[in-house]
Design a protein around this ligand. Structure first.
Ligand SMILES: Cc1ncc(C[n+]2csc(CCOP(=O)(O)OP(=O)(O)O)c2C)c(N)n1
Length: 365
């Protein structure tokens, strides 16, 4: 058992950061990741960004009906994936989390198959786009009704506690989710049960056009944790290292039996809420530009460059490799073909119930 002690104090006024906007190491403790691990983080940030850009192109060219852009969220998303043991722990992401599933190891062709409705999606293209999942990697499917995946995450945590194997659950959502009843019920349940769940709010300050000040009466999302008997932390979610250090600590804390925690990760979404939104109506361009200046990718690249751990040649090689990987994934996703129309009635119930049978007959007619 680890001691219930942390180098990160909960309920601080300022979000935790370990690198400055310029990419300088500013923490009071030493970095304990080697160069290969540090470079892997950059590769995953870049992969997540390029995947998001490609998904935008697939939507604009009519191959996908919907996309919820993730650029700006990569720091916390890559950290979520890298804080757990893939295939052992359970993830309950939300619809904006492409960076989580890609960094966890869900194949790009599966993600793109899910987005474009082809049979490369192991779930058979039954969900709307932006709802990834993975059986082998324990990724529960993203759900459309906001916060409705948070109670199942709390339940997953209780199941893990009862099984006693030390597995944990990590669940992410937006700031808007925290004003849903489901969210509060889940937080209460996890707190009472001491369930090993790390709850992560990707706080981009907007729920479509509704700003955070209309969403929450408390000064921070983190302090809501107090009411549920768990520690709450603020972190700069655009600082991938700060996010990773904090989440690793909280995942290990949960694994050791000290129960749930809440993380309020400050991020910004650079794109619109979704492909069906025009954010210029409710966000001033200057605000977007100010957050662009804090982009988690160039910031982390500067960090690597200052250590002599990254070069222009490595950048060019990485860009080319990811573009190639995406090209291959798109081709494979397309080649998988689309499901038969009738497949929507299968694999949901063991025996198709009468009302769905009627609908199937109607469809065939
Ligand atoms: C229960 C429910 N109400 C409303 C919606 C419509 N809706 C879809 S996304 C969204 C905004 C959610 O914002 P947030 O949780 O902050 O996440 P973000 O999209 O900003 O990442 C809303 C209101 C919904 N899907 N479900």
């Amino acid at each position: 058992m680890i001691e219930e002690s942390s180098r990160f104090e909960p309920f601080q006024d300022e979000p935790l950061r370990v690198t400055s906007d310029e990419g300088a190491w500013i923490a009071s403790f030493d970095l304990d990741l080697d160069e290969a691990e540090l470079q892997t983080l950059y590769r995953e940030l870049k992969r997540a960004r390029k995947l998001d850009e490609r998904l935008g192109v697939l939507q604009r060219s009519g191959k996908s009906s919907f996309v919820a852009p993730s650029s700006g969220h990569e720091g916390i998303q890559v950290a979520i994936a890298k804080s757990v043991q893939a295939g052992r722990d359970w993830l309950f992401p939300y619809y904006r989390d492409y960076g989580v599933v890609s960094a966890l190891g869900v194949p790009l062709e599966e993600i793109i198959g899910q987005m474009t409705g082809t049979l490369a999606d192991p779930a058979g293209a039954r969900q709307m786009p932006s709802h990834p999942s993975s059986g082998p990697l324990n990724v529960f499917t993203a759900l459309s009704p906001i916060a409705s995946h948070v109670p199942p995450a709390a339940g997953s945590g209780l199941a893990q506690k009862l099984a006693g194997k030390g597995d944990v659950t990590i669940c992410s959502f937006g700031d808007g989710a925290t004003s849903e009843g489901d969210w509060h019920a889940a937080m209460n349940f996890a707190g009472v049960q001491g369930a090993p769940v790390v709850f992560v709010c990707e706080n981009n300050r907007y729920a479509i056009s509704v700003g955070l000040e209309k969403q929450s009466g408390s000064a921070t999302i983190a302090e809501k944790a107090r009411a549920y008997g768990m520690p709450g932390y603020q972190v700069d979610g655009m600082d991938v290292l700060a996010s990773l250090y904090l989440l690793r600590e909280l995942v290990e804390r949960a694994r050791a039996g000290f129960g749930p925690a809440l993380v309020d990760a400050s991020v910004y979404r650079y794109g619109p809420h979704s492909s069906a939104d025009d954010d210029s109506i409710y966000r001033p361009a200057e605000e977007v530009a100010a957050w662009r200046a804090r982009d988690p990718l160039p910031r982390y690249r500067r960090f690597l460059e200052q250590r002599g751990s990254w070069s222009d040649a490595q950048e060019a090689a990485l860009d080319a490799a990811i573009e190639e990987e995406l090209d291959v994934a798109v081709r494979r996703a397309e080649a998988a073909g689309v499901p038969e129309l009738g497949a929507m009635f299968e694999d949901v119930y063991e025996r198709v119930p009468w009302h769905l049978e009627e609908q199937r007959e109607e469809m065939e007619r």
